[in-house]
Every structure is written in C-alpha cells, then in structure tokens.
Design a protein around this ligand. Structure first.
Ligand code: F6R
Length: 369
C-alpha cells in the first residue's frame, strides 16, 4: 500500500503532482472559465462578500496564509487568516457580508469546527476546503470545495497542503472571475499557468538527491532557521513545522524582513538557514531584498541553503547550497518551493532513525479542543 516507498510520507510527497492536478480537475470548462457549481452558492451571494476570513490550524493555516496573498492580489477583497482556536475565543469582526473559509484535511479538527460554528452564528457565509468526504466540517458549512489529494496517512501533512493551496487558488480565481473585466482576464491567465504546475512538481521531485544528502549530513543539527517573504513566508513556517514534527529539531520560520528587527541575533557560525527566494520577476524588488538578506546572514557565518528558481544566478555567490525549483509566477511558487523542505524533513527524520509516519505526541486528527 506504500507503493514501493519506505514510508507513507515519502509516497505522499511523490503523490503531489496528482494532488494538485486532481484538485484542478473538472473546475474549468472547455473555454478555460472556472466552474464551481458544486459550491451551490449563488453568484449574487458571493458577489456580496466584502471580506474573507480564513480559519484553520497548523499546516492548513499556512495554506490560508498563502491564500491571503493570492486572493487579495487577484480580487482586492481583504483576507484575514485566523488560527481557528484564536478566532473562536476572540471577538471577530464577521457578519452577513463575510465569507469564512475553513481549511481542514481531516474535516474533524475540533478547533476549526468550533470556529466554523461560531462564524455561522455570526451570520457569515461558510465554505469548507476539505479533503475528507462526509466529514463533520463540510457538513456544518454552507458549502464545500473538496481538495482531491486522496487519503493522507502519514501524520504530518504534505500532499494535503499542496491541495489546500490549490483549492484556495481556485476559489480566489473564481471570485476574481465573478468580478469580471480585467480581474476575469487575469484569472484565466493564472489558471492556465496553474495547470502547468503538476508537471513542474514532477520534474522537481526528480532532482531531490542533493536534498537527501544535505539532510544526512545534518543529522546532528540542533537548530535550523527558515526565511521567506510574501508567499515564501508561510512556506518558511511550514518548513520549520515539518522539521519540528518529524525530526524533533528546534526550527523557526520567519519573514525575512524581520531579520534586522531581532532574529539576526541568532545567526552564528555554522547555523543552517534555509532561504526561500522569490522569483526574480517578483514585484516590489523582493528578489533583490531577499538576496541581500542572504548576504547579511552569510557574512555572519550562517550556512545558507537557498531555494531559488532555475536561472537565478544572483543567489550563487552567497549560497552554500542552491536547490533549484522550476519557474512559475510569483504567487504560485509555494507549490514548488515547499517540496524540497518536505523532502529535507523526511530525510532528516530518517537519518535520525525516527518514525516518519507516526511522530511522537501527534495524532492525525485533533478532535479535542
Ligand atoms: C502538520 C499537521 C497539522 C495539521 C493541523 C490541521 O503536519 O498535520 O498541523 O495541519 O492539525 O489538521 P486538519 O487539516 O485535519 O484540520
């Protein structure tokens, strides 16, 4: 049942081209227009939405953070991301014009379920992005957009994460299409590019040997940092979470722009730092800014492991290791950049002789608050 792989997690990582491809399947018509009849929410009702709140926990919340950057850019609708357990016991600004999108692989996470119920009480429209048919959260929501990752067995989430991001892109692009005009034209172009991503993930997965070697050399490492910006920021957080869960190593992900506001004090000779570099075509000179962050930490002795697009030569002088990912447009990059971080955590866990599929203290679905 592991299909020739040593662990479920490895199998699930290698399943990711399908997780993304299947989540896109059937969601456009022959002209490339997005069709989400399955939502069974009228266009009028969706058109009425003036703010979106994403509620989720853990990895699913990082998918929500990626969604925020993308949906705000594509639709100009404000998007907030709340950890479900924080949302539930705060005084959230949510009303009849709010759309609350929950993200959950299992559909059974109690914290997320409570947040959805709370949102409904406040009058919000609720959509569940979920991987498990017939589970509780979709049943308690107004509508569901299923991710088609297939069953995820390993406790740590991998393919469900990519499928969640994909489903959120689809939802965001659909909302953009509803807005019409230039929004709709842009949505079609992005959707076309999104369809090319599964093949790129496949190519990327074929180049992970060096990542495995790096992980093997690092079996004794005690602490690892992850830096990213914009959509690379949640990717950095997810890279750190995978390492905590699977290899029991202290790991922290943060926004690269925060470095000088504190975390740079942590940099010492030999400290491994992964940097998720925005593509050179990213807006606001983000690429240049992150390259200069790499330069700063390298000058202080960090061991820099850089995730950069093919063809990006600017990173080379400051990188101890460069891990290449295929080119795609800036907002879609998380579907590629997170893959080497998952593979790294998998192999570091294996190198330490740990149980990759069943890390200590964790359960696949957290059904208590
Ligand atoms: C991380 C992980 C958890 C889950 C979180 C939410 O690898 O698996 O952080 O993402 O517990 O679970 P779901 O998506 O089932 O609501």
């Amino acid at each position: 049942e592991k299909g020739g792989y040593a662990t479920f997690m490895e199998k699930e990582i290698f399943d990711q081209p399908h997780a993304v491809g299947d989540t896109l399947l059937g969601r456009t018509d022959e002209t490339g227009r997005l069709v989400l009849d399955e939502l069974r929410i009228s266009e009028e009702q969706l058109g009425n939405v003036d703010r979106i709140t994403v509620v989720a926990c853990g990895t699913a919340a990082y998918a929500g953070m990626v969604a925020k950057y993308a949906i705000e850019h594509w639709t100009r609708i404000p998007v907030e991301v709340a950890l479900a357990h924080e949302f539930r016991y705060s005084d959230p600004i949510v009303n009849e014009r709010s759309l609350v999108v929950s993200i959950s692989q299992s559909g059974e996470t109690m914290d997320t379920l409570m947040a959805v119920k709370h949102a409904r009480e406040l009058g919000a429209l609720t959509i569940s992005v979920c991987n498990t048919h017939g589970s509780t959260i979709p049943r308690e929501s107004d509508a569901v957009l299923y991710t088609h990752a297939g069953p995820e067995i390993a406790v740590a989430s991998t393919k469900a994460f990519l499928a969640q991001i994909t489903a959120c892109y689809v939802l965001g692009l659909y909302l953009a299409q509803l807005r019409g005009g230039a929004f709709a034209d842009d949505a079609q172009a992005v959707m076309k590019e999104l369809h090319e991503v599964p093949a790129k993930i496949e190519d990327l997965l074929g180049t992970m040997d060096r990542v495995r070697e790096i992980a093997r050399f690092m079996a004794d490492t005690r602490s690892v940092l992850f830096l990213g910006r914009n959509v690379g920021f949640p990717v950095a957080m997810e890279g750190a979470l995978k390492l905590k869960e699977l290899a029991y190593i202290h790991a922290e992900g943060f926004a690269a722009g925060e470095l000088k506001h504190g975390p740079i004090a942590l940099i010492e000779p030999g400290l491994p730092v992964f940097v998720v570099v925005p593509g050179p075509d990213s807006p606001h000179d983000l690429h240049k800014k992150v390259v200069s962050n790499i330069q700063e930490i390298r000058a202080r002795g960090a061991r820099t492991i850089v995730i950069a697009q093919e063809g990006d030569e600017d990173v080379v002088p400051f990188a101890d290791e460069v891990i290449r990912v295929p080119q795609t447009s800036p907002l879609l990059q998380p579907l590629l950049t997170v893959v080497p971080l998952q593979v790294f955590a998998l192999h570091l866990s294996t190198a330490k002789g740990l149980d990759v599929d069943q890390p200590r203290n964790l359960a696949k679905s957290v059904t208590v608050e």
